[in-house]
Design a protein around this ligand. Structure first.
Ligand SMILES: Cc1cc2nc3c(=O)[nH]c(=O)nc-3n(C[C@H](O)[C@H](O)[C@H](O)COP(=O)(O)OP(=O)(O)OC[C@H]3O[C@@H](n4cnc5c(N)ncnc54)[C@H](O)[C@@H]3O)c2cc1C
Length: 385
């Protein structure tokens, strides 16, 4: 029978980052099990690739302060590109409430050591991007080390490095059960047979709750559809632009290839495993796009190139990280609520530390454990994109 020191369920960017960090720490008998024929068919391959440290809660800021420098030095460390482009994130506020929110976040970000963030006036933004309709923009915040990565490339780089240092990846292998003897984990059942192990990590993305159920753990992670619309080549807005967020309605966009990638989280979306792109979304998003960038009135989009994927949402929009209290040996790395690519490096470090040493200095992991929901200690992050 196959045995492994650690079994990772799910070969997306989070499972790959944990395999990498375990290998760096010297734990090499690691098996990553992926049900698909290739990596990246879950949320990782659908992501917008945004990375930012401009958050409102210390724990999210701290995770980004590890992850963004990691992406910046990725190629040196792993010999593979992450596609990191530090073009920034620009939040545009149109109300005093939003400006006060950005100011409060800015203070927290500075206090935690973020250096490249600054507050802007409405005039600053108008002179940076005269192409925006900015008459109602009263100010904003910008961080130049925020930007974008190539999630697929980063995932492959992490898994390849881990595999070169001992980890194994099974593809076309579905995990169907998790065995326990009393409280302890003893193995996983898969369509390729049983694997004996004492430690299992749930990295199943939007499918994390059914996987947790296999270990008798109730995990509050729900799938929520998100849709992205790429434009055809478009040169009436600078391609050096950051991710620009219109805080009045949540519309955001960034350059991608010769065009732009348009995003808006429809508040009417309801949880469920809905993976199909809805053509009616195009008109909704183009209305918001042209409202903020008048030249987008003329942008062409091909509905066949648009796509949908799943966010993995938790009730407080923060991930669930660490060992499940009711199932020793069963670790959770789930519920990134739209931030799993940007926080994958920190998650890899946190999980590998917790698995190998039982503690982690990067963040206060007691804040992120599953027990917070039952104990009424939820963390509220309102800056969800
Ligand atoms: C449209 C969209 C835009 C996004 N934009 C951003 C962004 O800009 N920045 C950002 O940081 N994040 C973004 N995200 C979120 C990000 O993509 C996810 O948080 C991240 O990819 C989660 O990675 P993961 O490895 O946990 O999950 P996944 O990539 O979904 O991987 C989970 C894997 O587990 C496998 N699996 C599931 N069940 C089993 C089983 N029983 N047996 C074996 N394998 C199994 C699946 O096949 C899958 O490959 C976006 C998401 C979407 C949908």
């Amino acid at each position: 029978m196959q045995t492994a020191d650690v079994v990772i369920i799910g070969g997306g960017i989070v499972g790959s980052s944990i395999a990498y960090h375990l290998a760096v720490a010297g734990c090499r008998n690691v098996l990553v099990i992926e049900r698909e024929s290739a990596q990246g068919k879950g949320s990782t391959g659908k992501s917008m690739g945004g990375v930012r440290a401009q958050f409102s809660t210390p724990v999210n800021i701290q995770m980004s302060l590890y992850s963004i420098p990691f992406y910046a030095s990725f190629e040196e460390r792993l010999g593979h590109p992450s596609g990191y482009r530090p073009q920034g994130y620009l939040f545009c506020a149109t109300s005093d409430k939003h400006m006060a929110y950005l100011r409060a976040n800015y203070e927290k970000q500075l206090a935690l050591g973020l250096k490249d963030v600054r507050l802007l006036t409405g005039d600053d933004i108008r002179s940076m991007f005269p192409q925006l309709r900015a008459d109602d923009i009263i100010g904003g915040s910008f961080c130049s080390t925020d930007g974008f990565v190539d999630p697929y490339s980063a995932m492959i780089g992490l898994m390849t490095w881990a595999a070169d240092h001992g980890a194994k990846l099974w593809k076309n292998a579905l995990v169907t059960g998790i065995s326990r003897n009393g409280e302890s984990i003893t193995g996983v059942e898969t369509t390729r047979g049983t694997v004996s192990t004492r430690r299992v990590v749930n990295c199943a993305g939007a499918w994390a709750a059914p996987v947790a159920n296999m270990a008798g753990v109730d995990l509050p992670v729900q799938p929520l559809r998100r849709m992205l619309v790429p434009t055809e080549p478009f040169d009436q807005f600078p391609h050096s632009a950051p991710m620009i967020i219109d805080m009045s309605n949540g519309f955001h966009f960034r350059p991608e290839g010769l065009g732009f990638l348009l995003a808006w989280n429809d508040p009417e979306e309801t949880p469920g495993y809905k993976m199909d792109f809805e053509p009616a979304f195009i008109e909704k998003i183009l209305t918001r796009a042209a409202d903020r960038v008048p030249s987008f009135e003329n942008v062409a989009v091909n509905p066949k190139r648009a796509w949908a994927g799943l966010y993995e949402m938790t009730p407080d929009h923060h991930p669930v990280l660490g060992e499940a209290p009711q199932a020793p040996g069963f670790f959770l790395a789930n519920g990134f609520s739209g931030h799993g690519v940007m926080h994958a490096p920190a998650t890899g470090k946190i999980l590998s530390d917790l698995i190998l040493t039982g503690k982690c200095a990067l963040v206060d992991t007691s804040l992120l454990g599953l027990a917070r929901f039952a104990e009424g200690r939820m963390i509220e992050e309102t800056a969800v994109l």
